[in-house]
Design a protein around this ligand. Structure first.
Ligand SMILES: NC(=O)c1ccc[n+]([C@@H]2O[C@H](COP(=O)([O-])OP(=O)(O)OC[C@H]3O[C@@H](n4cnc5c(N)ncnc54)[C@H](OP(=O)(O)O)[C@@H]3O)[C@@H](O)[C@H]2O)c1
Length: 335
């Protein structure tokens, strides 16, 4: 089968190529998906560039892509939940990475039926950003009605889902974006928009119950400057905490280094009786089922910036890596 493969660490154009590789074999609790669409996420270009080396080296050639939508082609001998022909989507487990391919394995527990009102392209835009944000805002922050939430980078893949989910939960949404995207994020449900090219969100004062830090760097510590006492910061880009370090199975030395680096953040949090969590998202089919219902009810709509053909997937990743996508970047694997 055809699969886009990473051949070495380096720049996107010279480190990826389409190869013919064997179709994966299905084990008892897995399904084989005939891929229709996939989408890229920043982790994909970061891995190519070698940014994740500390988490474990990649052995090349390696597959790329974590989001998939398609049709069940084969089921393992224990599978009862899905049957051949079902339309499904998944953020696949790390061990199967390579959704830019004609066939993809997924664990049953990581898979759900696609939202009944969406196409394969639309469905493939959801799993990774949807699960990350559901786990950040619902599971960790427990964002509730009437609370004020600051969502950074509201116009990106994560942000466009986050604004809509927070609005659905009844929160008052403030988001950051650049001038060209102000009306776009307002239409998605942001009550207040801060143009990061001309305004500073720190001028808001300590008004937020929850900050969703999608930018990291200085923004992580700055979250506490706009947080109310006893507020919650959930970061998906900033300082990694020891819970996540353990969850990722990092070695003891790296766990100690991470705990040391995180001291400053936890000190700032404890000063205000606030909480800080770093989230590294997990695949979860049950949550994808709940997310599908949000699309079916119209509470959330898919936001796709561009859709590329399989033969253009390197250009798709190049485009995403510029950091200015307006929603998701999708790759159509087959018609
Ligand atoms: N820990 C996890 O499990 C996890 C999971 C998913 C994602 N992430 C991380 O979360 C981050 C966001 O992911 P994504 O998929 O949303 O990325 P993305 O789609 O590439 O984000 C692009 C968006 O970021 C906006 N942006 C860039 N700089 C900004 C700034 N200084 N202030 C406000 N907005 C800014 C851009 O808006 P303009 O064009 O207006 O500049 C653009 O719309 C990435 O770093 C990713 O690695 C982590």
């Amino acid at each position: 089968m055809k699969s886009l493969m990473i051949t070495k660490y380096g720049d996107i154009n010279s480190s990826l190529e389409e190869q013919d590789i064997p179709k994966p074999l299905v084990e008892a609790n897995q399904i084989l998906i005939r891929t229709y669409s996939s989408s890229f996420n920043p982790i994909d270009h970061m891995i190519v560039k070698g940014d994740y080396k500390a988490m474990g080296k990649v052995s090349f050639p390696a597959g790329i892509g974590r989001d998939v939508s398609g049709i069940v082609e084969e089921v393992g001998k224990n599978v009862r939940k899905f049957k051949i022909g079902d339309k499904v989507y998944s953020r696949i487990n790390e061990s199967f990475v390579g959704t830019m391919a004609e066939y993809v394995l997924s664990n049953v527990k990581d898979t759900a039926l696609i939202p009944s009102n969406l196409s394969f392209d639309e469905s493939a835009s959801i799993p990774l950003v949807g699960l990350t944000t559901y786990q950040a805002l619902v599971d960790i922050a427990k964002l509730s009605k009437g609370e004020n939430v600051l969502i950074h980078a509201g116009s990106g893949g994560i942000g466009t889902f986050a604004i809509q989910l927070a609005k659905h939960l009844g929160a008052n949404v403030t988001t950051t974006t650049s001038t060209k995207n102000i009306s776009f994020v307002k239409e998605l449900g942001a009550g207040k928009v801060i143009d990061y090219t001309s305004q500073n969100y720190l001028d808001e004062g300590s008004v937020f119950d929850v900050v969703y830090d999608t930018l990291g760097g200085n923004h992580t510590m700055d979250s506490f400057k706009v947080l109310k006492d006893e507020g919650r910061v959930v970061s998906i880009k900033g300082t990694v905490d020891s819970i996540t370090a353990k969850q990722l199975g990092l070695n003891k030395l790296i766990q100690m280094i991470i705990a040391f680096q995180a001291r400053k953040v936890f000190k700032a949090a404890s000063k205000m009786n606030a909480s800080y969590r770093f989230l590294y998202m997990s695949p979860n089919g049950e949550q994808l089922k709940k997310i599908a219902k949000l699309y079916e009810s119209g509470a959330i709509k898919p936001i796709i910036d561009k859709t590329y053909k399989f033969s253009e997937s390197i250009q798709a990743l190049e485009y995403l890596s510029k950091g200015h996508a307006k929603g998701k970047v999708v790759v159509k694997i087959r018609e």
